[in-house]
Design a protein. Structure first.
Lengths: 390, 390
């Protein structure tokens, strides 16, 4: 198994962009990724592409991968659309790593996009519903925030997690997002704001829910055989793991964990030969505040049931010993579904390159990204390592 | 790059099955694939899964891969949905090969499904339209048969190809499909039937167009490290290649070729170290009769412009020197979009295992499968080799 390296990553801004198309957003992200490669990059080097998008809503449905790669001048390059709901481009990153490790490609583009804000409110409700289980959740009226609200209620009941602890996730992530020029909701919020916001699905308030977003993100993955052409400071994909599970929450034994995340993390840690204690930062899937707390537990940042204490301790704040969601996370940065996983990798690349500006954590070596599809039907975890030259 | 092997493959019947669901069809295909492994197979050995589906039409949209793998008892196995329109499961096969070659998996399930016959006629029109280019083809009224009709007209104009030659594709494929118990249109047709059938999109008649189908297909791909546990007669995935192109036909320089197919074939032949002359049979993407003729040229079975002569020569009939679409092809066997690519591999497995019954070709060693997305926005080609023990 030859090694794969992250040589570049870039994204569009996240937000509501009525004057942009999914193609133009993807182009912005692609160009940013190309620009980010330290020693320069010629797109002709790209052997293959994987593009993640949920892609519902009247745009190109079939072949939406090739539809964006042709737009950025890669018409002849094999392109495959990858989809696992909100984890679509997390899985496109993983496929890029597999393609490089397989020996079938040396340089692979992995990205994703979504345009959501032009859908009507009803369409968005439908659309987000389908990321959960369709037949028994959506068609019986369960919204996606309703699914996560059930998880939050169960966690509060079982472990004594409080609504204030959920709100602290929002406060932390907005504090980070306010320092991210690409963030959709790039402003700070107070604990009081989060606590007193309108309830979306009890116990979740508006500040416990990520926004609806447009955006795109891209990363470039290269093999060990060519990485030296692109950078003197290689960032290795040390580990990558995936997990799946029943798509419907009601089909699972517990509402207080996401086994797909645990499986993905175990596989990624094993491949990387590191554990949660080695991490210097993490981008986790906080589509709802409870999702970040579940991630703390599923990824081994704390014991089961102790995530409320962990957020309260401040250890996952930017100046803590394990900063989580320095980008602002899905909550503040935004959640353009198909772009999200690749967007997390954009933050990992910035942090490990020392280019994260006001959000920079101190001299990181290991960073993790964690992307969940639906309410946990699929999850993917990557561990990136800045190779420290001796 | 370690070698990947095809150790099993199976499918549901193709047709209109109002009493089946996409899950039940997938289960039938999965069980048939498991049953087909010569030395027996325990599904617990599956490390990873890739599932292809276009998946539009009100069923599970996001996470439709995990939604079927959980149904067959693989809930904990990483599953990724792969989509390139009508080539969805051709690409799931390719991803399975990459996963095995990457060293990240030893046994991979690759499959696909589609349920199409329960959609209204308008929905089907919409649905098939999206496999082509949405904005400038479908929204301006071009149907999918219209797109291929333009290719047929251009080929007739440029090379003198005749409507009778198109009809010979239908006659040949129905002759084969009549011997395939899984075929949707498993009956023979005469040249007169094909010629005199109602025109769908001039010059294409009903017999020049594949049906709308429900169905599922699965294959099992294993690494060289474990293949001996499953068979004494290994079938190697000698080559696999992919190509992409502009999604819209109108964006391409020529209407008389599918460059994505050519690129995919070149890559597959190069990896396999063989060429078209070495093939003993091929399953090609005949969604419309002209598509099979284009495939002859794009895959190198004949020179450019000579596909009309090739079909007329009889060489691609079952007793010819390069039998094409012994399964009946998309035309007679059926075309449940997401199942089609994996279904072609089912035929390749049957032929190379000597299990193709009335359709068996004589002692084949090399077989090719060719799956096209849309009108050529993506294509994937595999070359399988029965390893002959010395």
């Amino acid at each position: 198994m030859r090694d794969a390296y992250l040589i570049g990553a870039g994204q569009s801004a996240y937000g509501a962009f009525p004057d942009e198309s999914y193609r133009s957003l993807f182009r912005t992200a692609f160009e940013a990724a190309v620009e980010s490669v330290p020693a320069g990059f010629d797109p002709d080097a790209i052997d293959e592409a994987f593009v993640g998008t949920l892609g519902v809503g009247g745009r190109q449905l079939g072949l939406s991968g090739p539809a964006v790669t042709e737009h950025v001048g890669l018409g002849g390059v094999p392109c495959t659309r990858v989809e696992n709901a909100c984890a679509a481009s997390g899985f496109s990153i993983r496929q890029a790593v597999q393609a490089v490790k397989s020996g079938m490609a040396d340089v692979v583009l992995a990205g994703g996009f979504e345009v959501m804000t032009d859908a009507s409110s009803d369409a968005t409700k439908y659309w987000l519903g389908v990321s959960g289980e369709t037949e028994w959740e959506r068609l019986s009226g369960t919204t996606f925030s309703g699914v996560y609200a059930q998880m939050a209620s169960a966690h509060m009941e079982r472990y004594g997690t409080t609504r204030e602890q959920l709100s602290r996730v929002a406060v932390k992530n907005h504090e980070n997002g306010a320092r991210n020029p690409k963030a959709q909701l790039g402003f700070e919020c107070t604990l009081e704001d989060a606590q007193s916001a309108p309830v979306v699905a009890d116990p979740l308030t508006l500040y416990h829910c990520c926004p609806t977003s447009d955006g795109a993100a891209c990363a470039l993955i290269a093999s060990e055989d060519v990485v030296e052409s692109y950078t003197d400071d290689p960032i290795r994909v040390a580990g990558v793991g995936a997990g799946s599970d029943a798509v419907g929450l009601f089909q699972r034994e517990s509402y207080t964990e996401i086994p797909a995340s645990r499986r993905a993390a175990e596989a990624a840690y094993e491949m990387a030969g590191v554990g949660p204690d080695d991490l210097d930062f993490a981008e986790v899937h906080d589509c709802f505040a409870i999702a970040e707390l579940l991630a703390y537990e599923d990824l081994g940042f704390c014991e089961r049931g102790e995530s409320g204490d962990l957020i309260e301790s401040g250890r996952t704040e930017r100046d803590g010993d394990l900063p989580v969601n320095t980008s602002g996370g899905l909550k503040s940065k935004g959640h353009p579904i198909g772009a999200t996983g690749a967007g997390q990798v954009v933050e990992a690349f910035a942090q490990l390159s020392g280019e994260a500006g006001d959000r920079q954590v101190d001299d990181p070596v290991y960073g993790l990204t964690h992307n969940v599809g639906g309410s946990g039907g699929a999850a993917v975890v990557c561990v990136f390592e800045r190779e420290v030259m001796v």
